[in-house]
Every structure is written in structure tokens, then in C-alpha cells.
Design a protein around this ligand. Structure first.
Ligand code: CO
Ligand code: CO
Ligand code: CO
Length: 322
């Protein structure tokens, strides 16, 4: 569902809450205090985005764990959420999905405690994850401050690639870089965000870079100013979008942010690629400018990449330039 639909569904509901609820619906995950520990809860599941079931399981698990990292936490345990039809599909396929998931959970040191399956003609797979924020300093979407820098830790354009795979225009082996990024846990990106004293953080998924940037800007009462030329994008995504191949979600996402966006010269394909829905995307976070000098050193230590894509300004919504 689009961001607008989701807002409408929860609007006006009298949700039960208690004094231990630190953060309810609306951020990447819920945050709950119990017995002195700050717990983080989230669930995410997806339809197949690649043809290889092992890869799908591993990417889906990485994607589900990501919301815990986006809150500045570490995952502890998980439950599998599975939709599968054993008449349509060999049970061996589901075993491969589970094997991909299991390998990722081992890497993330996260225990699979159980799960639930339903009969479903369109396969679905994901995890409900419980994590913890050991230092209690969880990262939210509402703390970005004017003057902060905006960082992104993975390239964008996954939705376009997934669409190209589904239409048989490319295979997984042709987009190894994107696959490797989708398989990369956001664990060290979360450490980076914390070391840079991040003021706000989220992960780039279904609403696209612009949708998620707008989310933070709105909640923080600031404007996100993004330099298109500094945004990392997969070459293949640029190639396909110039042929007008993109998922409908990209257009929906752009239409959602359109009236809050000052566009200083970006072409239609540039706007759409910035709005392209991502799966298992990187962290998008803001941090104070005076932490910039230590960023490169931290990146080397953590063996990850990050790009500064813009700056937080006074105002509202988004400003895009190139
Ligand atoms: Co998220
Ligand atoms: Co999520
Ligand atoms: Co059950």
C-alpha cells in the first residue's frame, strides 16, 4: 500500500497503549520498555523479487532485520511468516528459501524461535523480529536538524531491477552488485549512524528514497535538500528507466511527495528513480556536520560505504537539484 493509504487506515483508531510504549505505529519499528530493557519489534514480508529461492529467502531476511538496525538496535530473535502453496510449488523450493533465511539469521546472530505458514498462491516470506537497544539511545525519524548532513548507505534502483527480472530482461547474475547490496545487513551502517551521532534514521524500502526522506523531513519539521548527482544508483536501473521500465510503485511514491517537492531541474526519469521502491535498501540518516571528519575513518574500520547526498534545510518537504 502507498504511504497515503496507510495513514488513512490508522487515523482515528483508538489504539490501546501503556506507559511502557516508547514509540508506537509510524516509525520503522515499535519500541517498548520492559524490565529496564528497550525492546524493538517489527515485521516485514515480501513476494519473490528474484527467481532463485535461496537468494529470495536471504534477501527477505535481511530486509526484515533492517528495521531493527534502522532504530539503532540489534536483533535477538525472529519468527518466520510464510505464504506458500505446496500444490503449485515443490516443497524443496520453500526449503531453499528457509536455507537462505537461516544463513542470514546466523550471520546476524538472531535465533529463529518459530513461525507460521498459510496456504497462499502467491508466495510470501518474511520475519517478525524482536531486537534490543542496549544503550537505550534508539534512532527515530523525527530528530533531523537544520544544517545536518544526509547520508545513504546503499545505492537505489532495486524496484526497477526486480521488474526487469520479472519481465525476463535480465537475470540475477547480471546485477551482482545490487544482489550483494541487498544481501548486506545494515548492522554496521547502524553502528556508523550511532558513531556519527545520528539525529534521525530510517531504511530505504517501499516508499523509495524520496518517500522515506519526506517522512523524516515531515516528522522533524525540516526540509531535505538532495543533490541528485551525489545519489548512488545502479547503472542497470538508469539503463532500464530510460527505456520507461519501472514499477508502478515508483510513480505512486512520486505522486505522494510531488506537492511537497521543489524540483530544480531534474528530469522525469530522475524523479522516478529517486522514488523507486527498494527492498533491503540502505540506511538513510542525518548527522551533525561537525562529525564529518571522522566519517571516512569509521567507514574504513567498518568496511562499508556511505554517500553524503545532501543537507537538511529550514522549510518543509524536499528540494531536489543536480
Ligand atoms: Co523501515
Ligand atoms: Co518495514
Ligand atoms: Co500458528
Amino acid at each position: 500500500m502507498g504511504p497515503a493509504d496507510l495513514e488513512n487506515i490508522v487515523k482515528g483508531l483508538e489504539l490501546y497503549s501503556d506507559e511502557r510504549t516508547l514509540l508506537g505505529i509510524g516509525d520503522d519499528a515499535g519500541v517498548y520498555l520492559y524490565g529496564g530493557s528497550v525492546f524493538i519489534h517489527t515485521v516485514d514480508f515480501i513476494t519473490p523479487i528474484v527467481n532463485d529461492p535461496y537468494l529470495w529467502g536471504a534477501i527477505s531476511a535481511t530486509n526484515s532485520l533492517s528495521d531493527v538496525y534502522a532504530m539503532g538496535g540489534i536483533p535477538l530473535n525472529a519468527l518466520a511468516v510464510v505464504g506458500f502453496n505446496s500444490c503449485d510449488m515443490d516443497i524443496e523450493v520453500l526449503r531453499e528459501v528457509m536455507r537462505g533465511c537461516t544463513d542470514k539469521l546466523r550471520e546476524a546472530k538472531t535465533v529463529l524461535l518459530g513461525g507460521h505458514t498459510i496456504d497462499d498462491r502467491e508466495p510470501k516470506f518474511g520475519l517478525a523480529v524482536m531486537g534490543v537497544c542496549e544503550d537505550g539511545k534508539y534512532l527515530t525519524q523525527n530528530g533531523a536538524r537544520v544544517g545536518d548532513l544526509i547520508a545513504l548507505t546503499k545505492p537505489i534502483g532495486v524496484g526497477i531491477l526486480t521488474k526487469a527480472i520479472k519481465e525476463g530482461k535480465i537475470k540475477e547474475v547480471d546485477i551482482q552488485e545490487a544482489i550483494d547490496y541487498m544481501l548486506a545487513l545494515n548492522d554496521r551502517s547502524a553502528i556508523l549512524a550511532k558513531r556519527l551521532e545520528s539525529s534521525s534514521c530510517t531504511d530505504v524500502t517501499g516508499f523509495g528514497l524520496l518517500g522515506h526522506a519526506w517522512n523524516i523531513a515531515k516528522k522533524s519539521g525540516v526540509r531535505f535538500s538532495i543533490d541528485f548527482s551525489r545519489v548512488p544508483i545502479y547503472d542497470e536501473s538508469v539503463f532500464f528507466i530510460k527505456q520507461k521500465l519501472y514499477p508502478k510503485g515508483a510513480l505512486d511514491n512520486y505522486n505522494f511527495v510531488r506537492e511537497h517537492t521543489i524540483n530544480e531541474g531534474l528530469e522525469w526519469w530522475q524523479l522516478l528513480i529517486l522514488s523507486d521502491p527498494n527492498t533491503s535498501g540502505g540506511l538513510l540518516f542525518t548527522f551533525p556536520k561537525d562529525r564529518l571528519p571522522i566519517m571516512n575513518e569509521e567507514l574504513t574500520k567498518l568496511h562499508i560505504k556511505a554517500w553524503i547526498i545532501g543537507e537538511v534545510e529550514e522549510g518543509e518537504g524536499l528540494r531536489l537539484y543536480r
